[in-house]
Design a protein around this ligand. Structure first.
Ligand SMILES: [Zn+2]
Length: 352
């Protein structure tokens, strides 16, 4: 279905459902333009502050798909809240939680964590197509891209999991190689969702340049600009030039695998994670493309039992000092930590 046709169809169905409630939601969407949506409500982009763009506060990765995910709430709060207060003390204002539906999303608990930690959190809509489709529900195979988009748009309009908490972005993912049929459908549904909502599309792509280009082609077909799309786990790409090319087209490049020097037992490995990220950011500075870079840890603060936590502090404790001594100015650091996330996550339709 072509973009115009889809918009007409969506508008028609919105019109058919146009109770007072729906038309007031229509106005709410208009008012969201230029705003950022946290679990606690909308904020202005200037209030986003220093932001971690890709973390997992609550996660069930590696276990059976569940939506909403169930946790021992008081245990989770006891584990996570003191840690996030510590992260906040390092000068972090906002955390983007990338645990998708079926993969750990529980927005009521997430918002409680935000309130008690006094930190802003964004949650997401969408379906995660990476991990060999283990977290793709059966209906996603039966339904069309338009039907999937309708589900996600309705979370944007009405709230998630029966709450009034709305997504601040869309999270999806693709597997290795060329896009599978289901992954291509998820990306098309993501494009339709963007056209209606202006939500940023964070797509787990890792080092898969083929899939990155195929995604950008689908978005373009549907009239969505690369500025609406984040190449998630871009640090795994072998050729940094592939990332530079995508950034030149307008895409966001998420270097989100920062590890502390003492993380796990692989000291050498983690030191090279910092160096690896540093070299990539330096390349983008040289290419004058720092305004396309996002940084984070893909950390995990409350993983399933038996899975290691991954910290959220190396950016502040190790990487920013490294940038400073490596010749990055305070303005350049603020650009990457504050200005880029505010721009990327602002609700805005980015269309051709
Ligand atoms: Zn992740």
């Amino acid at each position: 279905m072509q973009r115009k046709e889809f918009i007409q169809k969506v508008s028609a169905s919105t019109f058919l459902m146009a109770t007072g409630f729906y038309s007031s939601m229509g106005r709410a969407i208009e008012q969201d333009q230029g705003m950022i949506i946290t679990t606690g409500g909308t904020i202005s982009p200037s209030a986003m502050g220093s932001t971690l763009v890709h973390e997992h506060i609550l996660s069930i990765f590696g276990t059976t798909a569940q939506e909403p995910a169930e946790y021992d709430d008081s245990h989770a709060l006891n584990e996570v809240v003191p840690y996030l207060k510590y992260i906040k003390s390092l000068d972090c204002d906002t955390i983007v939680d990338c645990s998708a539906a079926y993969l750990g999303r529980n927005v009521r608990l997430l918002n409680q964590i935000a309130e008690q930690s006094d930190i802003q959190i964004l949650t997401n809509t969408g379906i995660y197509g990476a991990a060999n489709d283990d977290y793709v529900p059966d209906y996603a195979y039966r339904e069309s891209a338009e039907q999937l988009a309708r589900r996600w748009i309705s979370e944007f309009e009405d709230g998630i999991q029966g709450t009034d908490i709305r997504p601040g972005f869309l999270k999806s993912g693709v597997d290795g190689g060329s896009l599978s049929e289901i992954d291509a459908k998820l990306i098309r549904a993501a494009a339709y969702t963007h056209l209606e909502t202006g939500l940023l599309l964070q797509i787990h792509t890792s080092g898969n340049t083929t899939a990155a280009n195929e995604q950008l082609a689908i978005l373009e077909e549907e009239g969505v600009r690369p500025e609406a799309w984040v190449w998630v786990h871009a640090q795994n790409t072998e050729q940094v030039q592939d990332l530079v090319e995508a950034a030149k087209r307008g895409a966001w490049i998420s270097l989100d695998g920062l590890r502390s020097p003492n993380f796990l037992n692989g000291k050498r490995e983690s030191e090279s994670s910092l160096l690896h990220h540093f070299e990539m950011v330096k390349t983008f500075k040289e290419e004058k493309l720092l305004d396309h870079i996002l940084l984070s840890h893909d950390g995990s603060t409350y993983p399933p039992e038996g899975t290691a936590k991954r910290p959220l502090d190396p950016l502040f404790n190790a990487f920013v000092p490294m940038l400073k001594t490596g010749g990055f100015s305070p303005d350049e650091i603020n650009q990457v930590l504050i200005e880029n996330p505010a721009k990327a996550f602002t609700i805005k339709k980015r269309t051709f």
